[in-house]
Write a protein that binds this ligand. Structure first.
Ligand code: NDP
Length: 479
């Protein structure tokens, strides 16, 4: 069994981040106190240190932010040419690049993800989304939605804690490029990069009210999506909350996109290059501690190679470095919150009770903070809850299959349909499988690849609509 290599610690400096003792809401271009004065603390999940306190927006703040967004929409943003909107988006993209270290450090402190991921994935992709959509702003008449597609108005956007800045970029960039204004609510446990983004909007001289950021909890999100002044709702998060948003917006003229949960099958055929597949499986489920809606959380491996794949997988997982997210050597960071840790532990206990075999990566976890070791369950049956429900943590369920047809049937046997992976040596088998998998994205001999030009979204309970690419523009246009 492998063991982690010895490395000298390589901590990233947090000196680049200057945290204030408290933050207000960002409304109409300024930081303001909430009307009722409430607030909550945000923690570093790696050591439970209180980072700062942020304001909690109540209904009166939602009212104020939606009014500011409406005013900005009517008076400035909808009147600008696409070319001018594009200039602001390019400016924001460049500022994200300029302040990338600060954003990466802040994301890692607030979320618990490894600095290597926030630095190399989250922040560059967030900038890429702004660059990509900046390019669309003056070309919307060539997007296939008519010669003069119009924006919808005010977008109310609610995002989760797993990719705070990146989900913000997925929401804000297409909204602004298409001429809409925004009120965005970040997740309760990860508000800090959204607040730094508000500063970036000020730095970019974005007209006041075009972007408004309301920190708060679920109630703030619920008030925002229900507000009659919101024309478009965009949500990423759990299927349960997605359902409540669908109910709250049913019968209204609001256009809604929902990006919800997943339980992706990562299928390894017997002709797959095993070492590469193992890297892909590890990336599929342990990237971002498995807090990924499209995580490859169900490994479907052909029976004839299952023992070999699982042995090599466990050997590889044993070399992952779990610990201080600010250390540049770290592969797996902290679980985002105590609640999420409880949920993962409960699911793992269910796996034990259902009769699956639990294997846990060796090694000690830090004493403070929220931690869960990389875990693999073998002997998992389709009926098991750990094969059906989204765990949203570093827990892989391994199932086997004998024929390609059985693999597809098992992969599609889920209420979700966000993503899937296929590992095989044969191009024809990739195409055969991709045509049959009911998933919004199918990765072949790779996993968890994202690009702003590529639409992303789900079938069935994984959501409605697409984000990214030309298709993603439609969600923000009156077509
Ligand atoms: P939620 O779906 O509750 O959170 C997503 C966002 O919605 C947050 O900003 C949240 O605010 C907000 N919100 C909560 N309730 C409402 C509401 N009624 N109306 C409008 N907005 C609301 O996810 P959780 O953080 O509670 O995570 C629970 C589970 O959801 C996870 O264990 C995971 O399985 C799944 N999940 C899936 C994600 C995905 O991308 N597929 C992302 C996140 C979670 P607040 O943060 O204050 O609660």
């Amino acid at each position: 069994m492998g063991t982690p290599l010895e490395y000298a610690p390589a901590p990233e400096s947090r000196g680049v981040v200057h945290l204030q003792s408290s933050y207000g809401l960002f409304v109409d271009g300024e930081f303001v106190d909430p009307v009722d004065g409430g607030g909550f603390k945000t923690l570093n999940p790696a050591d439970e240190e209180v980072l700062t306190e942020v304001a909690e927006a109540g209904p009166a703040d939602v009212e104020r932010a939606v009014a500011a967004a409406r005013k900005a929409y009517v008076r400035t943003w909808s009147k600008l040419s696409g070319r001018d909107r594009g200039k602001y988006l390019f400016r924001i993209a460049r500022l994200i690049q300029e302040r990338s270290r600060e954003l990466a450090v802040l994301e890692t402190l607030d979320n618990g993800k490894p600095i290597r991921e926030s630095r190399d994935v989250d922040v560059p992709l967030a900038a890429a989304h702004f660059f990509y959509h900046a390019g669309w702003a003056d070309k919307l008449s060539h997007a296939g939605y008519g010669s003069d597609p119009q924006p919808l108005g005010v977008a109310g956007q609610v995002i989760p804690w797993n990719f705070p800045l990146l989900m913000l970029a997925w929401k804000v960039a297409p909204a602004l490029a298409t001429g809409n204004t925004v009120v965005l609510k970040p997740a309760e446990t990860t508000p800090l990069t959204a607040l730094l983004f508000a500063e970036i909007c000020q730095q970019a001289d974005l007209p006041p009210g075009v972007v408004n950021i309301l920190t708060g909890a679920g109630a703030t999100g619920a008030a925002l999506v229900a507000h009659p002044g919101v024309d478009k709702v965009a949500f990423t998060g759990s299927t349960e909350v997605g359902r409540s948003i669908a109910r709250a917006t049913a019968g209204t003229s609001k256009k809604v996109t929902l990006e919800l949960g997943g339980k992706a099958a990562n299928i390894v055929f017997d002709d797959a290059p095993v070492d590469e597949a193992v890297e892909g499986i590890v990336n599929g489920i342990f990237f971002n501690q498995g807090h990924v809606c499209c995580a490859g959380s169900r490994l479907l491996v052909q029976e004839s190679v299952a023992d070999d794949v699982v042995t090599k997988l466990q050997r590889r997982i044993a070399t992952l470095r779990v610990g201080d997210p600010m250390d540049k050597n770290t592969d797996v960071g902290a679980i985002n919150s105590a609640e999420q840790l409880d949920r993962i532990r409960a699911f793992a206990d269910v796996g034990d009770d259902e009769g699956a075999r639990r294997w846990t990566a060796p090694g000690r976890l830090p004493e403070r903070g929220y931690w869960f070791p990389p875990t693999v369950f073998t002997g998992v049956q389709q009926a098991h809850r750990i094969a059906r429900e989204e765990i949203f943590g570093p827990v892989l369920s391994v199932l086997t299959f004998r024929t390609p047809t059985e693999a597809i049937a098992k992969a599609n046997n889920t209420p979700y349909g966000l993503s899937a992976g296929v590992w095989t040596d044969k191009g024809s088998r990739i195409l055969w499988a991709a045509q049959r998998l009911r998933a919004g994205v199918v990765w072949a001999n790779t996993f968890n690849r994202f690009d702003p030009a590529s639409p992303f979204g789900g079938y069935k309970e994984s959501g409605w609509g697409r984000e990214g690419g030309r298709h993603g523009l439609e969600a923000y246009l009156d077509v």
